[in-house]
Design a protein around this ligand. Structure first.
Ligand code: FAD
Length: 302
C-alpha cells in the first residue's frame, strides 16, 4: 500500500577539501534520486565558511536539479556582509534560505549588527522583499540558552512574525517532544509548518560529541542501548536504523509536514531509513500513474 510522503530535504556542510567536495557531489547525486524538496548547506557564523558554503552551493546547483537552500547565520557579520551574500544568492537564482543566528567560537569576540535570528529575518524581508522563502530553526527540546520552554516558543513566534515561512527543528529522538512542542506553538498562534530535523545514527561517540556541541538531547534509554555497541559499528548502524526509522514512522503518522535529514555529507544512513520507510528513488517510480506524480505531496512511498 502506498502512503503519502511528506516533503524530504537533505542538509550538507561545506567540505574543507577538494576531495571532500568531490565526495559530496557523489552523495548529492545519490540523494537527488529521491526528488527532495531541497538540499541545504550550512554556514559558519562570522563568515567562517563563507567561501566553502558559496562553493558548495554552486557545486550542487551545477551537478543536480535539486533547488539549493543556503543557510545564513548573522552572528559576527555586518549588514553589509550579509547584504552582499543575499545579493549574490539572488543573482544566481537561489530563492530559499535558512536564516539563523549561529554560534561563534569562544575565541571569536562578538562583532556584528545582529544578535538574534529574528533580526536577520527582518533584514532579509526589508532588503529583498518576498524573493526568498525563509526557514528558521526551532527547538522542541529547548535551545540551550532559552530561559524557559515558553521562551523557545515565543522566540519562534518572533521569527515567524518577522516573515519566516517555515521552521526546521534541531534533531531529537523523542517524537512526543516534537508533538508537545507543536501543541504549544499552536496555542501561541503559530500556524506555519515545523519540519522535524532527523539525525541518522552512525556512531555512538560521534553522536554524543555532536549532541554536546549543539545542545541536542540523547534520551537515556537510547544512550544506554547505544553505549553497549560503542565499539561495534554494524550493530550501532542496525540499532540506529531501527530507532530512527521508528521515529520517522511516528512523525509521519502524526502528520509531520516533512523530514529534514542531517546527512553529515554521507548518504547511506539516510538512504537506509528512506528505504525502510518504503521511499522509492525516481528510477523506480516509472510504474506509478502520471496523475499521482503531479501531486504536491510527492507520492514516492511504496
Ligand atoms: P535565535 O532564534 O536568535 O535564538 C538564539 C537564542 O536567543 C534562543 O535561546 C532564544 O530564545 C534567544 N532569543 C532570541 N531572541 C531573543 C530576544 N529578543 N531576547 C532574548 N533572547 C532571545 N548554526 C550555524 O552556525 N550555522 C548553520 O548553518 C546552522 N544551521 C542550523 C540549522 C538548523 C535546522 C538548526 C536547528 C540549527 C542550526 N544551527 C546552525 C545552529 C544554530 O545557529 C544555533 O542553535 C544557535 O545557537 C541559535 O540559532 P537560532 O537561529 O536558533 O537563534
Amino acid at each position: 500500500m502506498k502512503k503519502d510522503i511528506p516533503n524530504i530535504s537533505f542538509e550538507f556542510f561545506p567540505p574543507k577539501t577538494l576531495e571532500g567536495l568531490k565526495n559530496l557531489e557523489h552523495t548529492a547525486k545519490a540523494l537527488a534520486e529521491y526528488a527532495p524538496q531541497f538540499f541545504s548547506v550550512t554556514y559558519g557564523a562570522g563568515g567562517l565558511t563563507r567561501e566553502g558554503t558559496l562553493n558548495t552551493v554552486s557545486m550542487l546547483q551545477n551537478n543536480t536539479e535539486i533547488p539549493v537552500t543556503p543557510h545564513l547565520a548573522c552572528l559576527g557579520s555586518t549588514k553589509d556582509n550579509l547584504l552582499e551574500i543575499l545579493t549574490h544568492y539572488k543573482n544566481i537564482g537561489i530563492n530559499r534560505l535558512v536564516a539563523l543566528r549561529g554560534d561563534l567560537p569562544a575565541e571569536m569576540p562578538y562583532a556584528g549588527d545582529f544578535k538574534y535570528a529574528f533580526e536577520l529575518v527582518q533584514f532579509i524581508r526589508e532588503k529583498t522583499g518576498f524573493h526568498f522563502e525563509i526557514e528558521v530553526a526551532a527547538y522542541p527540546e529547548f535551545h540551550p540558552e532559552a530561559q524557559s520552554a515558553i521562551d523557545d516558543v515565543l522566540n519562534l513566534k518572533r521569527k515567524f512574525d518577522a516573515g519566516a515561512n517555515r521552521a526546521i527543528t534541531q534533531y531529537f529522538y523523542n517524537p512526543d517532544a516534537y508533538f508537545y512542542f507543536l501543541d504549544k506553538c499552536a496555542k501561541y498562534g503559530i500556524a506555519k509548518p515545523i519540519i522535524p530535523g532527523i539525525m541518522p545514527i552512525t556512531g555512538f561517540e560521534k553522536l554524543v560529541r555532536f549532541s554536546k556541541t549543539c545542545g541536542a538531547e540523547i534520551p537515556q534509554w537510547l544512550y544506554k542501548r547505544l553505549a553497549v555497541y560503542a565499539n561495534d559499528e554494524s550493530a550501532t548502524l542496525a540499532l540506529g536504523l531501527e530507532v530512527v526509522h521508528e521515529l520517522c514512522s511516528r512523525l509521519i503518522k502524526g502528520g509531520a509536514p516533512g523530514l529534514h535529514f542531517y546527512t553529515l555529507n554521507r548518504e547511506h544512513a539516510s538512504l537506509a531509513i528512506l528505504d525502510k520507510l518504503g521511499v522509492l528513488p525516481n528510477s523506480e517510480l516509472q510504474n506509478y500513474s502520471p496523475a499521482l506524480k503531479s501531486f504536491d505531496v510527492l507520492p514516492h512511498f511504496r
